[in-house]
Design a protein around this ligand. Sequence first.
Ligand code: NAD
Ligand code: AKB
Length: 314
Amino acid sequence: MTKILITGAGGQLGSELTETLVNRYGTESVVATDINEESRSLFSEIAFDTLDVTDHRALKVLTEKHQITQIYHLAAILSATGEKKPRLAWQVNMDSLLSILELAKEKKLDKVYWPSSIAVFGPNSPRTHTPQHCIQEPLTVYGISKQAGERWCNYYFQKHGVDVRSLRYPGLVGYKSLPGGGTTDYAVDIYHHAVRKTPFTCFLKKDTVLPMMYMPDAIRATVELMEAPREAVKIRSSYNISSLSFTPEEIFRSILVHYPQFEISYSPDFRQEIADGWPQSIDDSEAIGDWGWKPEYDLERMTQDMLANLPHLY
Ligand code: NAD
Ligand code: AKB
């Protein structure tokens, strides 16, 4: 029987991915964990355990207790928080991944999922249609941890046969959950300001192009990768995936169609430098070719869906 443990389940991605996995595999098959005890309230139908992923022993005990066969390791410190707390970011992002890969080897787990990010790229990478394989040289601690993590994933697959799979997500946008400490967070916050009818101050410049993805596409990509036949998954570091790219000004204009009174101003902070080192668009031809990736949402469709659903949450 498939038994999935999710770390960081209370986060922006985790809360939505957990819901999808419960719908697919059933309430008995999914165990949610997070360091934040308050996340428990999100998961009334399934088992929830408080877990600090840097505690290798606790991770092992939980894996044995629930007879886990797959781990979705989502807990991490994101780019902006990572620049404020670099040692914590390294410890949480790296130590936990190594623990989980080691556990997967020892317990012969069926599969591990671990997300990487466009943050693996840096200012010397091609800025547009950034290829799967190119110079990376990330400038943030978060990016360095994701780059090193990718190499560890590939290593455990090659040396120990651990079936680990990964996607390099762009900035994720959704209405069901709030982002935590990233550079792309503005693209969620802006919608909340629009529906609350309050002006929005953007921490990036108006013409900063970044790759983004609507959450339903990101969740579907994750499930499709994890359910692809083992031999179809040829890249064991992490796959580029792509959907849409826009600037703060473009997302603002897409919202103006629905909220003509909405106002924006720009006050770039330290996150501008992070964004300036990241790609503007991503070449995902390997994901398309290997396991059939295809995005569904463009900016207009995403904005329509966000603005149709978000007001119900207020
Ligand atoms: P998030 O910050 O919203 O959630 C992270 C969760 O991890 C939080 O619930 C937090 O409480 C938990 N956590 C932090 N430290 C922990 C610890 N020591 N032990 C256990 N739990 C801990 O992040 P997210 O956006 O949901 O990101 C999930 C994963 O996806 C991360 O690996 C992130 O790097 C990756 N990713 C996210 C995006 C995005 O735009 N959201 C883009 C690229 C990659
Ligand atoms: C961040 O901004 O840190 C994340 C990411 C793109 O990895 N959203």
